[in-house]
Ligand binder design. Sequence first.
Ligand SMILES: [Zn+2]
Length: 349
Amino acid sequence: MTTRSAIQEESYLYPWQKGLFHELTQHQIPHSLLLFGQKDIGKLKFGLELANYLLCESSDQKPCGVCEACHWIKQGSHPDLFIVLPQNLRHLLPFEIENDADLDDADEKKQSKVIRIEQIRHVISSNELGSYRGGKRVVLIYPIESMQIEAANCLLKTLEEPSSKLHFILITHQLERILPTIRSRCLLFSMPKPPVNEAISWLSTQLPDRWTTPLLAQRLSLHSGAPLKVMASINDKALDESIITNQLAKFKSLHTGEIIDLLSQHSILEILNCILKWSFDMNLVLFGQQVRYFPQFEAKMKSSCLAMNKIHFQQFLSSLKDDLRLANHPLFPKVQLEAVLMKYTQLFK
Ligand SMILES: [Zn+2]
């Protein structure tokens, strides 16, 4: 049997949302709620938790995580929960959904970036049948700015005639784009972006140790403080360190271009970190020790160390550490990186 503490860990909420959720659920939840805030800060999961809260059948703390309703929600199969989102965003849900409008297999529909009128009609006609569980029904729409105009008008009609057991959780990244007629029928609830320290501490639990606090702070500021965007950017494009090390292994014949190009997708901090690891390995070789990060290059490093000015190398290493400290907000990352690489090649001349 699942215990309460295990259940709480299964909550959809991100750590920075717990206070906000508590605040919202202190009062009666309005029938039409419009959650708004910046993209990639967790509004969809917040909406799911709220839907779970509304549909949970426990008389105690909600969502309880153990009642039948909670179980169905976690499976994505609660008959009174309707989640409407564009086809291309379905992967954001923690489960598969089945209660969407019947779709043909046409690829264009699969990849649709809009919420079509058929999707809204499907929800509305299903609601006319009444609730399966005899309780509330919840319609969650994400993000509502992707509704086609006909879909928005169709939704509007339902919002105008609210039924007592039907709840709408509407979510938007762009409040200014939402029809005033829709806005005026909803309670607006602002979702702020997480405090930087909370975002960093969450990110550090999701990522390997090499993602240090300064690195994460830099990434977070690059992505306007949106932690989920940081996660997506890291998952999409992990730095291919071999591009850097293959060049560094050419020593004085290094071509800077390939490394400089990495700046289009990665921060200078990530690149300098890789160069620093490389330099640590060289330092170990200089002191007759085994390398730590790039053993495949150990033999090459050994032979190159003979041709290297050792005093200049120590100066290079310490200036590299300074560069890393200053690299949180570089004004000219390309110039800075070029200078580092230039100094590196000069060690071997
Ligand atoms: Zn429950």
